[in-house]
Write a protein that binds this ligand. Structure first.
Ligand SMILES: NC(=O)c1ccc[n+]([C@@H]2O[C@H](COP(=O)([O-])OP(=O)(O)OC[C@H]3O[C@@H](n4cnc5c(N)ncnc54)[C@H](O)[C@@H]3O)[C@@H](O)[C@H]2O)c1
Length: 251
């Protein structure tokens, strides 16, 4: 029987109740990983857990808010209780409200930075002691093309996603001596609810036409790169940002 590429691994995927995180959770489960779904939307987290178990995988789910340290600690405690170990953290949960800077309330700025950037820090911090004890592990965090190109009416989002890259390179340096890799995955515009929060279908479609591979991304397009970064095949890759965006940004 063919072994999955993530057999016997345990992965926490934040924001896995829908969109890209859901696709990553289902895809990693197909490769043999046990998946712990942490999402602020409890009903969606429970549904994805059921989807994974229905396809023969192992999954746990918890209503978690990655911007709250106590909630993050509970997420790690419950995941450990359920699966006894953690090998992979996918920092996927994120939000993208929009306001021009001159109208943006500090509360909105703090909420976006608090979720996207501080949430990535808190989840990583909570998982690191367990990875250090094992002397192995993978942290994969989702950034965005907006980190490089800016986001009109989304300065907080672009800043949070640029911050994730600097944070991840720093953590990669700290954890490299311990056999733990830290990488960043960068989607371009992807067919989920997120772009629909601030763009019309027409705007989304026309962006797809400008992408060299001729379409916007599908959540499934991020699954292969995540599995690769989490697998033994990527053991010598750390501190990198992998762009999976149909060629939308190249360098
Ligand atoms: N869709 C795109 O075009 C696109 C492009 C580039 C990057 N990304 C990034 O990819 C990731 C996934 O995006 P998506 O398109 O699937 O978004 P989405 O809005 O469909 O899903 C985000 C998920 O995160 C969860 N979440 C939000 N705040 C949370 C919190 N505080 N704690 C726990 N869970 C929380 C939501 O409940 C939801 O399930 C995000 O980090 C996003 O910024 C998306």
């Amino acid at each position: 029987m063919k072994m999955g590429r993530l057999e016997n691994r345990v992965a926490i995927v934040t924001g896995a109740g829908q969109g890209i995180g859901r696709a990553i959770a289902l895809g990693m489960a197909r490769e043999g990983a046990s998946i712990f779904i942490a999402d602020i939307n409890a009903a969606n987290a429970a549904t994805v857990k059921q989807e994974i178990t229905a396809q023969g995988g192992r999954a746990g789910a918890l209503c978690s808010d990655i911007s709250e340290e106590q909630s993050v600690r509970a997420m790690v405690d419950v995941a450990l209780k359920e699966f006894q170990r953690i090998d992979i953290l996918v920092n996927n949960a994120g939000m993208f409200p929009t306001s021009p800077v001159e109208e943006m309330q500090e509360e909105e700025w703090d909420r976006v930075i608090g979720t996207n950037l501080v949430g990535t820090f808190l989840c990583s911090k909570a998982v690191v002691p367990h990875l250090l004890a094992q002397r192995s592990g993978r942290i994969i965090s989702l950034t965005s093309g907006r980190a490089f190109q800016g986001a009109k009416n989304g300065a907080h989002y672009a800043a949070s996603k640029a911050g994730i890259i600097g944070f991840s390179k720093s953590l990669a340096l700290e954890l490299a001596p311990h056999g733990i890799t830290v990488n960043v995955l960068c989607p371009g515009i992807t067919d989920t609810s997120q772009p629909r929060g601030h763009q019309t279908e027409e705007q989304i479609y026309s962006q797809g036409q400008r992408i060299p591979l001729g379409r916007i991304g599908q959540p499934e397009d991020l699954v292969g790169p995540t599995i690769f970064l989490a697998s033994d095949a990527a053991r010598f890759i750390t501190g990198q940002t992998i762009l999976a965006n149909g060629g939308g940004i190249m360098w």
